[in-house]
Design a binder for this molecule. Structure first.
Ligand code: SAH
Length: 397
């Protein structure tokens, strides 16, 4: 941005023009941020006011109607993709949870809350604007009731027939990883297929399990055993409650509080084997500065997970680091495959559900990506290493 005319306040609508004064976009001004203005509309006829906000919210709610048969945990509004950059709204049953991550969204906070009540008919809104990203926008962190009452300690949601407790006040993100819905269902289907084809339940390992989403989906699919690991005792407590909520007593569910990096090595040393492994770690790279370190971490867990798989085993491996794009992630996993000594096929690429759409004109918005691999052989530990001098080697040949 070359210059600013007037003295706009944080979040106010500004007109972006080229150097000849021709209209380019309407944007929300953000004086503190490196992104000085976030575009809301490229149509000069648009007027950014309460009605415009109301229409954006109504459109977003309408676009998610198809998910209602499957779940009552839905991302109702997804920032740029729904044309209000920095606004996140998740629905957990009758509770809405907001996150205002930009000065522009913050400026229209009351209008947004009114529009949400009008479009959804729900009057419970909790504001989880405690994301660190707000600091970069010159905003402070905030957690409070925006409409209605204080939410209960745990809200029960049902996704694809499985009940989960969600703590919207202190859970991760707004309480639940709604974005993994389709991949949880994939895990369930893989477990069902495994049982049909092999006459026994799948043995699975769910790394970074949080409140047990993938674990319960696998159990519902008829898994024989699921070992789930997370470093958070609080998350594991909810996971265990989620398991009892769903009467999944047939599966042997083990919950381990540990560091995945170390635990994978321990399982390898013990000679454990699995038919399916899920790796859904937290964001290892919070920005481009952390890509190298994050790449090493992704490679480490993928390589060690591959070594634990039976022949024909499934690896569902994810990265939610926006800074690590699909191509790089695939290269990292390929390097892990190469170094593990296990050959693998890639069956499909995975991503977030349809309530997290990617704006075609903003490909940077893609953050969650996953790969579904199938191993073609098993890891063979090397017992001792034979060192042969080149001169001796040539005699043998
Ligand atoms: N798969 C989950 C979401 C995973 S979020 C779902 O579908 O709901 C990432 C999780 O990794 C968090 O629960 C966090 O507590 C955990 N975590 C972060 N670092 C870890 C580590 N080194 N070892 C084990 N767990 C870790």
């Amino acid at each position: 941005m070359a210059s600013t005319k007037g003295n706009p306040k944080a979040g106010e609508t500004v007109r972006i023009t080229d150097s000849n004064g021709n209209f380019l976009a309407w944007a929300a001004y953000s004086p503190e941020s490196a992104l000085r203005a976030r575009c809301w509309s490229f149509d000069e006829k648009d007027v950014i006011d309460e009605n415009w906000i109301k229409q954006r919210i109504a459109d977003a709610v309408e676009a998610r109607k198809n998910l209602k048969d499957r779940t009552n945990a839905i991302r109702l509004f997804y920032g740029e993709a729904d044309r209000i950059p920095g606004l996140i709204v998740d629905q957990y049953d009758t509770q809405l949870v907001t996150q205002f991550q930009s000065a522009g969204a913050e400026y229209w906070r009351e209008a947004i809350a009114d529009a949400l009540v009008e479009s959804t008919g729900l009057n419970q809104i909790y504001d989880r604007s405690d994301a660190a990203i707000r600091i970069r926008e010159g905003l402070t962190e905030r957690k409070e009731v925006l409409r209605g009452q204080e939410p209960p300690k745990e809200i029960e949601v049902v996704e694809d027939g499985i009940s989960y407790g969600v703590d919207v006040r202190s859970g991760h993100k707004t309480g639940f990883y709604v974005d993994q819905r389709d991949n949880r269902l994939l895990a369930q289907h893989l477990a069902e297929e495994f049982r049909r084809l092999n006459g026994r339940g799948i043995r699975a390992l769910n790394c970074f399990c949080y409140t047990g989403g993938f674990s319960l989906a696998l159990a519902k699919g008829g898994a024989e055993k699921v070992i789930s690991i997370d470093s958070s005792a609080d998350a594991l407590e909810i996971a265990k409650r989620n398991a009892s909520r769903n009467n999944l007593a047939d599966a042997d569910l083990q919950w381990i509080e540990d560091n995945v990096f170390e635990y994978l090595r321990k399982l390898r040393d013990e000679g454990e084997k699995f038919d399916l492994i899920i790796l859904d770690p937290p964001k290892f790279a919070s920005s481009h500065h952390h890509i190298t370190k994050a790449s090493r971490a992704y490679k480490d867990i993928n390589m060690n997970a591959l070594k634990l798989l039976n022949k024909g085993g499934h690896l569902l491996t994810f990265s939610c680091s926006g800074a690590v794009d699909v191509d790089l992630f695939q290269k990292i996993v390929a390097a892990a495959v190469f170094d593990s000594g296990v050959e693998a096929w890639m069956i499909s690429r995975l991503g977030a559900g349809s309530d997290h759409p990617l704006l075609m004109t903003l490909p940077e918005g893609e953050y969650l990506k996953g790969l579904h691999l199938i191993t073609r052989n098993e890891y063979q530990p090397k017992i001792g290493v034979e060192v042969v001098k080149a001169s001796e080697k040539s005699q043998i040949t």
